[in-house]
Design a protein around this ligand. Structure first.
Ligand code: KG4
Ligand code: ZN
Length: 336
């Protein structure tokens, strides 16, 4: 008799993307993502609007994910959701929906850590890293160096002591008058600029940790001193120089941590891993250091439910299910 397939529906709603994905025996069958334009005119995500947009999107997004995968609700073996970190109201929408569906279908619920999911996105497509590997996880809320011993044993070896690098990218964009989210726009203009045109100070932080609050202030002072007209005229060079500085900061500690751990398997994950400068720099460093690098496909860098589904697949295999009374956690870390 053929083994029964394990089919999981996963929901991601931690910030401003409503996403649903179906995974069958560890193979992603669908990944539907609905963005939220409502935030762009405010220059950042407005939590209350995010929750409302998730409410609007969740039913059509889940229906489409099931349809694209050719799956009926009754084929499902478990429902997974992002428990955090993220915006509490946004997380609650995904959590309540997942819980209701799991209860209605009488199947288990799986709670997924968003940062772990960014890392395990590397197992969606080939080439996949082998354990252990070092992962630089860079998003709008986190900057972490994670030693990934297995899918469920992850050790933070370094992290930011203040802001995340994604925030620094978004702030840099705001300072030069670009919209939100700024990271992809800085990336776009940086492609035409000279990364060495302007020099910014790189702060000294202990061990494998990061700090991005000082560099945000340095960008701000630079912009004030130069004035709006100068920034507009030199937009490409300014973006390229700011991006170069942030990438150098990330790479310095990544190289140090890889040496310390004696690993040659190095990965990047999270929204900022979509940055073309970081991707190119990592490929270059791979040659220099003899690393094998793992860079996710663009659609699996920024928030998506396929990475949640992939993580749920590993948790299902280990029998790690959530209690139906569990609450989402807005600020938990990889240790939770
Ligand atoms: O992982 P993500 O989608 O959401 C969080 O979990 O935070 O990351 C969002 C962050 C934002 O700060 C956004 O500006 C940044 O990732 N980002 C980029 C690029 N694409 C997204 N930063 C630099 N270059 C990019 N191409
Ligand atoms: Zn994320």
């Amino acid at each position: 008799m053929e083994d029964k397939k394990v089919t999981i529906l996963a929901i991601e709603s931690s910030c401003d993307e409503t996403s649903a994905s179906v995974i069958v025996d560890g193979i992603v069958k669908s990944n539907v993502i609905a963005g939220q334009d409502v935030h762009s005119k405010y220059g950042g995500v407005v939590p209350e609007y995010a929750s409302r947009a998730h409410q609007l999107h969740i039913v059509p997004v889940v229906s489409e994910a099931l349809k694209n995968a050719g799956i009926n609700q009754t084929d499902l073996n478990a429902i997974a959701y992002t428990k955090g970190p993220g915006l509490l109201g946004a997380l609650l929408v995904g959590h309540s929906f997942a819980k209701g569906m799991a209860m209605g279908l009488g199947i288990p619920l799986i709670a997924v850590n968003h940062m772990q999911a960014h890392i395990l996105a590397h197992f969606i497509e080939e080439p996949k890293p082998t354990f252990p590997f070092l992962c630089l996880t860079v998003s709008g809320g986190h900057t972490q160096l994670v030693w990934v011993k297995s899918a469920t044993e992850l050790e933070i070896v370094g992290e930011t002591t203040d802001d995340a690098v994604g925030e620094a990218f978004d702030k840099a964009a705001k300072i030069v008058g670009l919209g939100y989210p700024g990271g992809p726009l800085v990336d776009k203009y940086a492609k035409q600029g000279n990364p060495k045109a302007f020099k910014f100070p790189i702060p000294e932080v202990g061990e494998f940790n990061y700090s991005f609050s000082g560099i945000k202030t340095a960008f701000l002072y630079f912009a004030k001193e130069k004035g709006a007209a100068f920034l507009q005229e030199n937009l490409a060079d300014v973006c390229a120089s700011m991006q170069y500085t942030l990438i150098e900061m990330l790479m310095k500690k990544l190289i140090k941590a890889a040496k310390h751990l004696g690993t040659t398997q190095v990965a990047i994950a999270g929204g900022v891993s979509a940055n073309s400068g970081l991707r190119a720099r990592l490929a270059l460093e791979a040659e220099k250091q003899g690393w094998q690098v793992f860079i996710p496909a663009f659609e699996y860098c920024t928030d998506n439910a396929a990475m949640v589904a992939m993580t749920a697949h590993f948790l299902y295999e280990e029998g790690q299910f959530a209690s139906l009374s569990e609450s989402p956690m807005p600020r938990l870390s990889l240790k939770d």
